[in-house]
Design a protein around this ligand. Structure first.
Ligand SMILES: Nc1ncnc2c1ncn2[C@@H]1O[C@H](COP(=O)(O)OP(=O)(O)OP(=O)(O)O)[C@@H](O)[C@H]1O
Ligand SMILES: [Mg+2]
Length: 299
């Protein structure tokens, strides 16, 4: 069994003129895992993906895909599919024609091409619109088709660059379901997003990048444990809480910081009947991001 990482990047750098886009990125993505690449606008996510598929050449550093450093060779390209952030679709063509066009680019022909196009129409849930021009589609339908185009040649590594931007909740769920299917089939996925709930829900590991630098890499619970900070319990109560309770009461709101909010409630026999409102705020990826970068992911 081959257990080399699907993606390996060592000290990769890329600038556009004076603008440093990727600044010494070192990263491994194990085969069969999903990596979420999280970062604000301009962090270097798209540039990183384009370096991985050989669309851009690094100024320095090494990249290998499935053990090969020839990332723009035909052999490696056949392993990789990308759903780009800027939709790669012909508006004046139908879904079927777009898929056929991209399938041919990937070298598919004849019955195999027809079979894969049909599969992709099922995958994107666009069978009933297959003969309609893409210009008549909603944002969500276009994103679904853009995603399916990346899968025609059955890649082992799929790069999804903000696959849910501008889509309705239904299409978003459809895209999540598609990602789940690929995960179950053992594919390796790199997923860029601004949405932390998505990373939290879909990814085995998360890389946080800002200004082209990798700030952290780990599972979501690991990152929350390392950088999330404490939980905060607040409750509204008009009568003073018992002296035995921890925390502070300002005459209206009782507040306590704790690592283990449920245990704290239990340990100090804190009764919910004391409050007209009780809330536990637990750290999440947003808190991690805020602590690491000093700003919110969606700014
Ligand atoms: N073709 C280019 N020419 C010059 N600068 C570029 C080019 N592409 C990207 N940049 C710059 O490189 C940096 C990284 O951009 P990149 O598109 O990789 O970020 P991103 O994380 O994908 O951002 P977004 O969330 O907006 O998609 C940014 O400062 C961007 O302005
Ligand atoms: Mg981008």
């Amino acid at each position: 069994m081959n257990n080399q990482p699907m993606v390996r990047a060592i000290d990769v750098r890329k600038s556009y003129g004076d603008q440093v886009a990727v600044d010494g990125l070192t990263l491994n993505v194990p085969t069969g895992k999903t990596l979420g690449l999280l970062g604000p606008n301009g962090a270097g996510k798209t540039t990183t993906l384009h370096l991985l598929i050989g669309l851009l050449r690094p100024d320095a550093g090494q990249i290998s895909i499935s053990g090969s450093s020839h990332v723009d060779s035909a052999e490696v390209r056949s392993l990789v599919g990308i759903a780009p952030q800027s939709l790669s679709l012909y508006d004046e063509l139908t879904a079927e024609e777009n898929l056929t066009f991209f399938g041919r680019l990937y070298g598919l022909r004849g019955p195999r091409l027809a079979e894969r196009v049909d599969w992709a129409l099922d995958f994107s849930n666009l069978q009933d619109r297959r003969r309609h021009r893409v210009q008549t589609y909603s944002g969500g339908m276009k994103r679904r088709l853009n995603f399916a185009c990346a899968l025609l040649h059955e890649p082992k590594l799929v790069l999804l660059d903000e696959p849910t931007v501008g889509v309705d909740p239904q299409s978003r769920n459809h895209i999540f379901e598609g990602i789940r299917r690929l995960q179950e089939a053992g594919l390796t996925i790199i997923y860029t997003t601004h949405y932390m709930e998505e990373a939290q829900r879909l990814c085995d590991m998360v890389a946080i990048i800002d200004h082209g630098r990798l700030l952290e890499l780990g599972t979501v619970p690991e990152l929350i444990q390392r950088h999330g900070g404490v939980s905060v319990i607040t409750g509204d109560c008009s009568a003073p809480p018992p002296d035995s309770w921890p925390g502070h009461w300002d005459g209206q709101v009782w507040r306590v910081e704790t690592d283990k909010p449920l245990e704290t409630l239990h340990q100090f026999s804190i009764q919910t009947s004391h409050f007209t409102r009780l809330q536990i705020e637990q750290p999440d990826l947003e808190s991690v991001f805020l602590r690491l970068t000093g700003r919110s992911l969606r700014d």
